[in-house]
Write a protein that binds this ligand. Structure first.
Ligand code: ZN
Length: 310
């Protein structure tokens, strides 16, 4: 169990560092080496890392104490075994080859669920049947288009959803995520949101870290920054990448004129600007951001006047 929790912690901390640091980057926690046989598996094992294709997978059913399972591959045969492991608290799946997660609904003690490659997932199919779920990571999502079911997991403190390298996770709206008010970490990557708004995330007042791609209008980013003043996230700052003194390399690359590292502005339309050569445009962006932020703060204090205390 400890190994899985350690993995989840490393992964979360890496994501948090990416949010805090100036550079955009993904952090991959080290994956343990899966066993290719269950021979000699102790009956009191609590944690197993296994290749999903092992023939004697059924042997797992004799381990009554199993709390954490890390399995490289899960299709129909494998999920038939996993759903009988009722003591599981944590499940990490490398490649999930199922269209939904319905079979896992019986694992009511599950607290952490990670599917690194879930490119066949079309629906969640679990509704609110995992009442203890604190962590949900679903990666390489290509066919999921509706997050409504995710909004039922109100016990979540950490949610990671991302599309693939070549195809984005395309959703109608982030509205369902707004119901997850216990969230502390939210990371969404390779994402396209049809309604183009971040307003639904304003209810996430306990959010500590927010990782989002730089694909939303500036006014939306600034309004969310006004709503979540305690949350850390590049999308909540005027410059998404790079430092204004040009001291830090950023994905925006170097200026062709003077060689300084450029900065990337937050919010559509995204611009790559040189801190030396494009000073006027940087000031202009800063002014736009501040105007949007101030306007949003003012609007919030009108609609949500500060309470006078009891
Ligand atoms: Zn320059």
């Amino acid at each position: 169990m400890n190994e899985v929790l350690e993995y989840l912690r490393t992964y979360r901390d890496g994501r948090r560092r990416a949010v805090e640091g100036g550079s955009v980057g993904f952090y991959f926690a080290k994956t343990p080496t899966p066993a290719t046989s269950l021979t000699g598996l102790p009956r009191d094992a609590e944690f197993v890392v296994i290749d999903g294709r092992v023939r004697e997978l059924d042997d797992l059913l004799q381990v009554r104490s199993l709390k954490a399972l890390w399995i490289t591959y899960v299709g129909d045969r494998e999920v038939g075994v996993i759903r009988q492991l009722r003591s599981l608290r944590a499940l990490v799946i490398g490649e999930l080859r199922l269209p939904d997660l319905q079979s896992l609904a019986v694992l009511t003690d599950l607290q952490h669920l990670v599917c690194q490659l879930a490119n066949r997932l079309r629906t969640i199919g679990l509704s609110s049947s995992l009442p203890q779920l604190a962590t949900l990571h679903l990666g390489e999502l290509r066919h999921l288009s509706d997050l409504t079911e995710i909004g039922a997991f109100t016990s979540l403190t950490q949610l990671v959803l991302h599309g693939g390298m070549w195809s984005k996770l395309r959703v109608k709206s982030l509205r369902p995520i707004g119901a997850l008010t216990r969230l502390e970490d939210l990371f969404l990557a390779s994402l396209h949101v049809a309604d183009d708004t971040l307003s639904h995330l304003a209810s996430l007042q306990g959010l500590q870290y927010l990782g989002l791609p730089n694909v939303f209008p500036l006014a939306e980013c600034a309004a969310l920054a006004a709503a979540l003043p305690r949350t850390r996230g590049k999308i909540l700052t005027p410059f998404f990448a790079g430092l204004l003194d040009g001291s830090e390399p950023s994905p925006s690359g170097a200026c062709k004129t003077c060689g300084a590292h450029r900065v990337m502005t937050t919010g559509k339309p995204v611009r790559q600007l040189c801190p030396r050569c494009d000073r006027a445009r940087i000031d202009q962006h800063f002014a736009r951001w501040n105007a949007a932020l101030t306007g949003a703060v003012r609007q919030r204090s009108n609609t949500h006047p500060p309470s006078r205390g009891a």
